[in-house]
Design a binder for this molecule. Structure first.
Ligand code: ZN
Length: 219
């Protein structure tokens, strides 16, 4: 998947880079045994080739025994920004979607122990699942939106977007202080508590209220 569409628009947008924020909900940082960050949380990358649409399957890599789901708000960047102010950051957001940052937790913990990058825990093919995007012209985030994920019909993650330690605008401001963001870039904004292992045959469904829903199966 190299391009995305926005609801009620026929424009196709080519995906650029995919920047992901870690530890952006206090209760998830805690469940992973991490300190709650007092400065901007960590950032890692995925690629456009990781991405699939809601409805497509996540292919479980055979070199991992601990695949986890992370449900997240995803931002679509609409224009080039570098060292953006909060105001510029707000106007750089073109749309919102719900996404799954699928993570190989065993590889991630091994990398963490050795002080190595998380790359192989995060960039396997099908590791990013996204819904359609809703344009900011059609919907403004309030922070009260519920974000949720269930596995085989049982809720595992449930929170509200307002619990993010850094909101969408602050995230763009911080990331753009370190790298240029461009139209078509996606930003995964971190996951709330409740991440858990999934195995082949599991069916995942989730969403963000007023933004979208997502569905996938592990194969
Ligand atoms: Zn994540």
């Amino acid at each position: 998947m190299k391009s995305i569409t926005i609801k009620n628009s026929n424009k196709e947008i080519t995906i650029g880079k995919v920047v992901c924020v870690g530890r952006n909900y206090a209760d998830h940082a805690k469940e992973m045994g991490n300190e709650i960050p007092d400065k901007f949380p960590l950032v890692f990358m995925k690629t456009a080739t990781c991405m699939i649409n809601s409805g497509e399957n996540v292919v479980h890599p055979d070199y991992s025994e601990n695949l986890h789901h992370e449900i997240e708000l995803v931002l679509l960047v609409g224009k080039t920004v570098k060292n953006a102010t909060l105001e510029e950051s707000q106007s750089a957001i073109a749309g919102y979607a719900v996404g799954l940052d699928m993570t190989l937790r065993d590889l991630q913990f091994k990398a963490k122990d050795k002080g190595e990058p998380w790359t192989f825990a995060k960039i396997f093919d099908t590791s990013g699942v996204i819904s359609n995007f809703v344009s900011v012209d059609e919907y403004s985030l309030t922070g009260n939106e519920r974000i949720y994920l269930s596995v085989n019909g049982e809720f595992r993650q449930e929170a509200t977007i307002g619990l993010m330690l850094f909101n969408a605008t602050e995230i763009i401001k911080n990331i753009s202080s370190r790298m240029t963001l461009e139209a078509g870039d996606l930003i995964f904004t971190g996951t709330p508590a409740g991440v858990s292992r999934v195995v082949k045959g599991d069916k995942l469904s989730g969403g963000i209220e007023n933004i979208g829903e997502i569905e996938t199966a592990i194969v």
